[in-house]
Write a protein that binds this ligand. Sequence first.
Ligand code: GRF
Length: 212
Amino acid sequence: MLLSGSGSNLQALIDASRQPASPWQITAVISDNPTAYGLTRAHAADVPAIVVAKQPNQSRDDYDRALAREVQEIDPDLVVLAGFMRIIAGPMIDTFAGRILNIHPALLPKYKGLNTYERCLAAGDPMHGTTVHFVTLALDDGPPVIQGEVAVRENDNIDSLKARVQALEHQIYPMAVRWFAEDRLIMREGQAWLDSMPLVEPVTVDAGSLST
Ligand code: GRF
């Protein structure tokens, strides 16, 4: 699992992996940020964690290769990104094609990139949400797997909207990882497939559908 910050998704995944009969476990955490709170969460849960930070004199290509080497050492079945603030480049994609998932806080293809909450609120959108997708070289553009949808409220600000979106993230990311671990979810021919059916549209859930 790769992260740069708080690691609330890491926590949700740790908790899910420790449910009885979970078919998957988190092998290791890598952060590019030595002060990421996600590292503290990993330590508290006895999950091995390392820092792979970009050195000031290191080129972007060298860093990308170093990161890919570290992940290859760990040799995971799946690489899970959550708030990893670096663009995944060729060396990672070459080795782990079809085996990298990311979660992006927007209803992709809307709002690729940064500041999705600000952009959604500024546009006056009625809905916002989050997308789990396979990672390809195109930023936030790999095949989508599952989306969590949240209705925007009239008095929402970034924090209030983010809190509801992240609560959904913590539910849908473990679902996607479980599907992958159970060989129900794959990426093939540039598309996500679930239970042998191409996901022409991602699976969609909202807070209401998850709580029932
Ligand atoms: C998540 O909201 C995710 O959508 C985005 O970065 C955030 C990471 O949060 N890519 P956390 O570190 O898991 O709390």
